[in-house]
Design a protein around this ligand. Sequence first.
Ligand code: GLC
Length: 639
Amino acid sequence: MNQAKLHRLISQKGKNDQELFDQRLATNLTLIQKQFFSLYSEDHHEKHFQKLLKLLPKLFLERPEVLREQDLIRLQSGNWYQSEKLVGMQLYVEHFNKDLKGLQDKIPYFKKLGVNFLHLMPITTRPKGENDGGYAVNNYLEVDKKYGSKDDLLQLTTAFRKNGIYLMLDFVVNHTSNEFSWAKKAKKGDKKYQGYYYIYEDFTIPAEFEKILPEVFPETSPGNFTYIPEMEKWVMTVFNSYQWDLNYTNPEVFLEMLTNLVKLTDMGVDVVRFDALAFLWKKIGTISQNLPEAHNLISLFRMCMQVVAPGSILLAEAIVAPTDIVKYFGKEEKEGNECEVAYNASLMALLWNSIATKKTQLLYKSLMNVPSKPKDCTWINYIRCHDDIGLGYENHLIQELGWNPEMHRKFLLDYYCQRLDWTPAMGMLFMYNPKTGDGRITGSAASLLGLEKAIKSKDENLLEESVRKIIMLHGITLAFGGIPLIYAGDEIGTLNDYSFQNDTSKKGDSRWVNRPMHDWETISNLNDKVSPQSRIFHALQKLIKIRKQNEVFADRNNLELYHTGNDHVFSFERAQGDQSLLVICNFDENAQVIDSNWIKKLGYFSKGEPLDLVSDEKVILNSALLEVKPYQMLWLMKS
Ligand code: GLC
């Protein structure tokens, strides 16, 4: 947070409610007004703007007292989300420990591992049958009975606050389900609510859109429009046919969704995951992703939150080109006024590329090609989540390496999706299009990294390699700068779960292969220390502890990449004050050597042989070369 902003915020303490609100509004009003009228013309929408000005104080006053106090504390403590102390986990409540109460019972487990930031997958009401894992929302604020009640959620957030655990929940801001009350009314012919969606009498306008709009789920939900017989009209459904895209060109939609957003944070949500936010604005003749209006709209949401719920922040779920992702942190006057956090989807996809190719050139090239992020923002670093792995690398960078982008993507699909005999990976294809050869990858981290094959074939070497790969990839996300997010189950190397193939509402969507039940039996046996599951758990537990003890892991935009001269090796340094951390990873199955002179020049040997924090062994040089074992990760600390 910049100094001026901090100053303004500190001076908010001690003011009464009215003064506090007035001050926050005054600080943000110019930008709010600007973004509002950039989307909704001043000539026609002054009345809506006045409506917004009435809504804000109402939302402010309705915010629970305890959260209003927390807002003030957060604002004073600076960028809490960049802290080294944060370590996250993403989980499905029903797969973890039944329901919200069950989840609360597991607080000691999170503490044991060191996790204090939780992303719970959607828990709101959704259609029975297909519902995209809850991303088809029937109501933004109603807890689905299978998870418990709203009271359970409030109890959980209170317990989380007491235990210093941050909560992230989704806000599916781009679409509702076809069973949402607005959609139901629209189906009955209510014109007001038909105006909440992109609804058309015939296919003329949809046909214009379709000329350019890409398909998100070409296999299961081709096209971007669905015919609704009840109203004899077409509705835009960019994701699944039962997910209706909200029409934000209508300011009423914005006002209603702002209310839903703030009410969600009022339940004690610290980070709101803005789902599929790249799609928020649609325009004929464009791919309707990442449009400038979408950025203005996100910023408008953000600035309104700054007035009524400034302690809660936004995460951009923008799985788009690397150069487009950073734009969700806000550019120019919007810098710091869009999302504070974004998924580092580029790093994630590049790490998988490096595992398959055993090389790191594309990783370096791509990371160096991404503009740096604003200093008050941070990443969520992760290797797996509930979704697929898309191969969104920049073609020109693949070409610079002398590779053919199309052939290269085919190789990655072959490598990960069991289309080659020799590969250790056991992933599955997702949304594969045989006509174009395009596709994405699903599978659990452990299965993609060879553990499933190693266990099935009782191959000790493969098992060893796979455990090392798993620890190395997690280690990178823990050290890279940002909030590391472990996908539940990955901390014990959970394998693919094929049971979705027997469920008609799931079998068309192979992302379910990586949405397993949490394996508490394995967790009850973690003391053995020799099983792969136990080794992974204890290694992560240890790395998390190291991260939390050293401020150098906090994200201060202090990451420097180093080329070691060996294409199998990835190395970066994090420096903060007197402390520095050098990370060196070998992506190859053979030991690799690197010239140690640059490490010496950086000062890592100035007090004798440095300790590798991962293995607790000293790094001993027998020559000018440093040997890095297969899939070894070194963390060298200098202070
Ligand atoms: C996000 C979610 C994904 C969902 C989509 C539509 O990308 O991560 O699981 O299918 O949004 O809501």
